[in-house]
Design a binder for this molecule. Structure first.
Ligand SMILES: C[S@@+](CC[C@H](N)C(=O)[O-])C[C@H]1O[C@@H](n2cnc3c(N)ncnc32)[C@H](O)[C@@H]1O
Ligand code: SF4
Length: 441
């Protein structure tokens, strides 16, 4: 998983009002205990071989890439931001992109080495590398493993060659499946695949056939993304010019439902809106985003959320690194890091993130997690014994199924009620005024 964007304007108006009332712009003082001392770490490799027709991630097609210079800047930025955060332990590392499998294993090893020298990186910490089938042959994958990666996320996208051509991919379905086989041999139980559905021309029947082909070959983790038509991409243009037919929204919703059923039958747990795992192969890195943990972002355009304790601050900040790689490198060489934007997060901001991200997971949001994150803020006392402003729980008996169209959230006068939980109704209420609460445990 790469950039996490939770645009405030996408939240229901009722929730935005409640968040304003609950938090305003006051700052959240995060605890100085263990949670503030650990972080996940994301490394952005911004280069790709070719632009895919649907993708608007921060990526560049390099002309004469100076990899040693890029490597040196990534390690320098790692040292700076680790010093700034003063984290004592990195819980997971994710090399995302762009196409990090185009980087050399030496670059991956050097960055991991720098992290280990600057702070503690446990031997069993999850270290994921995103790989495109064309840039990840067996020997390269072995090189990444020797460099310290222990989890692979392969961008398969589709198993239909005409769909892959439409998406502008540089690989065939056969090459994708070969990479998957090689990945499974080297990273058994730790090889994930990315697949996209809702493609132009795709039907429910062709999608179900694709799943029937893919699922028996999968390892224990699948990320399933509905195609987003991103403004500025060539696919967006073709669809809006009328040259490509998109499936109807109801058909796309049926595709999602069909995939959820097929994955469930194959033994997968849907632990997040787009993520499925079996045999406990949940991605600890992505979970840390959804649980509101600290994370440090390195590389052009990377995002981070951490407390810069080294600057004597005690507030969590959102950081965005400079987007364009050459400018980012110049800044790193001049200042040790390429942070372009740095924003102290208010109590409302943190609460909003906990809600918007926590609601994506099947376990929802627990008091335990949020109390730690909101310690020191006016929301800190919101617990089971002091429930009026912030309460959650499971009400059994009503079998209300997960609603994919609402992406698990519904707004009400009092806040959001949240499905699902295996045959029970899980709810959460956020309200500034106890009289607004319309449901209790
Ligand atoms: C940032 S990409 C990087 C991975 C790698 N470069 C690749 O393409 O395989 C991560 C994943 O996001 C998904 N993705 C990117 N753009 C998307 C879009 N417009 N709609 C849906 N999924 C998208 C793809 O499944 C992709 O594998
Ligand atoms: S989907 Fe992956 S390979 Fe394609 S342009 Fe985006 S980041 Fe690069």
């Amino acid at each position: 998983m790469a950039g996490l964007r939770v645009p405030r304007d996408r939240l229901p108006a009722a929730l935005r009002r409640l968040l304003r009332a609950a938090g305003g712009r006051r700052a959240v003082h995060l605890p100085r205990g263990e949670p503030g001392r650990t972080a996940a770490l994301y490394v952005h490799w911004p280069y790709c071989e070719k632009r895919c027709s649907y993708c608007n991630f921060n990526k560049y097609i390099p002309r004469g890439l100076d990899e040693p210079a890029m490597r040196s800047c990534l390690t320098q930025e790692a040292q700076t931001l680790l010093r700034l955060s003063q984290v004592q332990r990195i819980t997971s590392v994710f090399f995302g992109g762009g196409t990090p499998s185009l980087a050399s294993p030496l670059t991956i090893a050097t960055i991991l080495d720098t992290i280990s020298q600057s702070t503690h990186l446990a031997g069993d910490a999850e270290v994921t590398l995103e790989a495109n089938p064309t840039s990840a042959g067996a020997s390269r994958l072995a090189g990444f493993q020797a460099a310290g990666a222990n989890r692979l996320s392969i961008g398969i996208q589709s198993l239909d060659d005409s769909e892959l051509r439409l998406l502008g991919r540089t690989h065939t379905a056969g090459e994708a499946l070969r990479t998957l086989e090689e990945g499974k041999k080297l990273f058994p139980g730790h090889t994930s695949v990315d697949v996209i559905f809702g493609l132009p021309g795709q039907t429910l029947a062709s999608w179900v056939r694709a799943l029937e082909k893919l699922l028996p070959l999968c390892d224990d983790h699948v990320s399933l993304y509905q195609l987003t038509l991103e403004r500025g991409t060539s696919l967006f243009k073709q669809v809006h010019q009328g040259s490509l037919p998109m499936p109807e929204p109801d058909v796309v919703a049926e595709m999602y439902e069909a995939a959820r059923e097929a994955l469930q039958e194959a033994g997968f747990r849907q632990y997040e809106v787009s993520n499925f795992a079996r045999n406990g192969a949940l991605s600890t890195h992505n979970l840390s985003y959804w649980q509101g943990s600290q994370y440090i972002g390195l590389g052009p355009g990377a995002h981070g959320r951490f407390v810069p304790l080294g600057e004597g601050k005690s507030l969590r900040e959102a950081r965005i690194q400079t987007l364009e790689p050459d400018n980012w490198m110049k800044e790193v060489m001049a200042f040790g890091h390429g942070t372009r934007k740095q924003t102290a997060l208010s109590e409302g901001d943190v609460l909003e993130e906990i809600l918007a991200l926590g609601l994506r997971t099947d376990v929802g949001i627990s008091h335990q997690g949020t109390e730690v994150l909101l310690e020191g803020s006016s929301c800190a006392g919101l617990s089971a014994t002091n429930p009026p402003q912030f309460a959650s729980g499971v009400v059994g008996g009503e079998n209300i199924p997960w609603n994919p169209r609402a992406l698990s959230a519904r707004s009400s006068r009092a806040g959001w009620t949240v499905p699902p939980c295996e045959g029970s109704w899980r709810w959460l209420v956020v309200a500034s005024n106890p009289e607004d609460i319309v449901a209790t445990l």
